[in-house]
Design a protein around this ligand. Structure first.
Ligand SMILES: [Fe+2]
Length: 199
């Protein structure tokens, strides 16, 4: 359709659109990654494995936990490297222990997705589509805020894992349920340690 075939009102709409291009919507709350924006990542079934469609919700849950764990692993490293001030030693050492735990967990979670017959997400782009954890900005966070942010993030994961475990159990996947219970225990303990260090 050429411009000449358009009505006056359509021409006005185009002129307005070109003059005022749409800006990003203003987030409704302080967390711009709202629930409806997540999981735009589509899990792919592996050809060479008997990926059961019944277990797709389990593999999706694992992928979300993987994305959150990877993002929190990176954020924990960021704080481990960049913490400053009187609490340096305590935070540097506690984050050291915690990122090592999460480094091992991301491998275990990804390999469980593979065992279920799906490909595991494994790029920053894919993880950023799924995660609800906010990345840290380098050099702008006080030691106290680091402790608070990490505690909140671990509790976010605890809540997500508590929701996920009954879903996985409903699909009779006790191996994944055990793995997720282990992850819930770790994140609960991590949050407690961060909270205690922050007092
Ligand atoms: Fe280190």
């Amino acid at each position: 359709m050429t411009q000449n075939n358009l009505t006056k009102s359509e021409k006005l709409d185009i002129a307005l659109r070109d003059s005022f291009p749409a800006s990003d919507p203003i987030p409704l709350n302080s967390n711009p990654k709202r629930k409806e924006e997540q999981m735009s990542y589509e899990l792919k079934k592996s050809d060479n494995l008997a990926g059961s469609d019944d277990l797709k919700p389990v593999a999706e849950t694992l992928s979300q936990v993987l994305a959150d764990t990877f993002t929190l692993y990176l954020k924990t490293l960021n704080y481990h490297w960049n913490v400053e001030g009187a609490r340096f030693v305590g935070i540097h050492n506690l984050t050291d222990e915690q990122y090592h735990n999460m480094f091992e967990a991301i491998d275990t979670l990804a390999e469980r997705i593979r065992a279920l017959g799906y490909y595991s997400p494994g790029s920053y782009e894919e993880f950023s589509k799924m995660t609800t954890i906010h990345e840290a900005s380098t050099g702008t966070v006080s030691a106290g805020d680091m402790l608070q942010n990490l505690e909140n993030d671990h509790m976010t994961l605890v809540a997500k894992l508590k929701e996920s475990i009954p879903v996985v159990e409903k699909h009779d996947d006790s191996t994944t349920a055990d793995l997720l219970s282990e992850r819930r225990d770790f994140h609960e303990q991590a949050a407690w340690m961060l909270r205690s260090l922050g007092k």
